[in-house]
Design a protein around this ligand. Structure first.
Ligand code: PHE
Length: 384
């Protein structure tokens, strides 16, 4: 910089500038010298010094440039020198003003680039697992402690697994217990023909459907392995239902199945006493009410004492003191025939519960639709 500043004390003649091109280069050099200096002026004092150095009326560099480069310029260079000088002065004035504003607002390069370690960091809100996922894991976790392993199965099923092998033959009125959603495809469209099984199972013309319950997995698991069996099966199920606060065309179940020698209804009762106390709290009582399912005999609905009023009656239990939690029963011998188990040797129990309902009761959620609307204000409440 000193070089170019020194040059302002010399005439164009002395500097050997004879053409408009040389003149432009000379001004460009001066401009870049100024630009360097202005960027380095980081305090108000430095700024004032800079302003005086460049714009000072008597000794400012712009005045020198005018005196030595413009006034003594040859007639040929004068118009161009005037033009260049005016442009440079405008630039210097604007840049100085800009710098003054930056210094006042504290946004100078130096301050803006500085790393302020005292600033609070940007917080990213961590996600939460969906409350149904949490509930599923809690339920399967309790059963895991009783020796049940968790398996999952297909949501698109064949007629055979969803109904037939569960002792619900075609045209049997028990099919009306489930409002089935059929697909436009037949079993022959399955990518793996083996998946639809053998014999009547693999009828390529049978319609595919969205499973109405998780019970088909009882069949699929028993087909694949000899007894003993102890499984829980969480998953989505589908029914032709109109959506309202307690119905959805898609919801979730957890199926359970235990088959071995000498399993009795007492085992079912013991397992459910334990499970419901673990899930709803140690004061929970259970009761079994006779019911009907084609694939269990005898069948029962399992009720839990209302965890809100402890059985004295409230809105949640519709003033009965009890809440229906689950369908269950001893596996029907006809089901063993379908999977090739010897009904004379083995016995077992099965149950199926609505996962959404368990979550609703436990967390006081009064509308099943909330689970599926994915409003984060709802979902984030269940951070644990
Ligand atoms: N699958 C039955 C339903 O969806 C529930 C159930 C499962 C009942 C297992 C008995 C045994 O209603």
């Amino acid at each position: 910089m000193t070089n170019v500043a020194d040059k302002t004390t010399k005439t164009l003649e002395q500097l050997g500038v004879h053409s408009p091109g040389d003149l432009a280069a000379l001004f460009a050099e001066l401009k870049s010298g100024f630009d360097n200096e202005v960027a380095q002026a980081s305090t108000p004092d430095a700024w004032k010094e800079l302003r005086d150095r460049w714009l000072g009326r008597k000794r400012g560099l712009m005045t020198y440039a005018k005196d030595h480069w413009l006034l003594s310029a040859s007639a040929a260079l004068k118009p161009e020198a005037g033009k260049q000088l005016n442009a440079l002065r405008a630039h210097v004035e604007a840049a100085l003003e800009e710098r003054r504003k930056q210094l006042e607002s504290g946004a100078t390069g130096a301050a803006a680039d500085a790393l302020d370690l005292t600033l609070p960091g940007l917080q990213h809100r961590a996600g939460v697992r969906h409350i149904l996922t949490q509930t599923k894991e809690e339920i399967c976790g309790i059963f895991a402690r009783l020796g049940f392993s968790t398996v999952e199965g297909p949501e698109v099923e064949t007629d055979y697994y969803n109904f037939e092998a569960l002792n619900i033959p075609e045209h049997h009125p028990a099919r009306d217990m489930w409002d089935t959603l059929y697909l436009d495809h037949t079993a022959g469209a399955l990518p793996d023909p083996e998946a639809s099984g053998r014999g009547k199972k693999s009828d390529p013309n049978s319609l595919l459907l969205l499973r109405t319950h998780t019970s088909p997995m009882q069949i699929r698991v028993m087909e694949k392995q000899p007894p003993p069996v102890r499984i829980v099966v969480p998953g989505k199920v589908y029914r032709h239902d109109n959506p309202d606060a307690s119905h959805s065309f898609m919801f979730h179940q957890v199926e359970g199945l235990a088959v071995d020698r000498d399993i009795t209804f007492c085992d079912l009762k013991g397992v459910f006493d334990f499970f419901l106390r673990e899930f709803f709290g140690p004061k929970t009582r259970t009761r079994f009410v006779p019911s009907y399912f084609p694939f269990t005999e005898p069948s029962a609905d399992i009720h839990a004492s209302c965890h809100v009023c402890s059985g004295s009656g409230c809105r949640v239990c519709k003033f009965t003191g009890w809440i229906e939690m689950c369908g269950a029963g001893m596996v029907h011998p006809a089901v063993y025939d379908y999977v090739g188990y010897n009904a004379a040797e083995v016995s077992g129990f099965a149950f199926g519960m609505g996962l959404d309902r368990f979550a609703m009761l436990k967390y006081g959620i009064d509308d099943i639709q909330l689970f599926f609307q994915n409003d984060v204000r709802f979902l984030h409440q269940f951070r644990r």
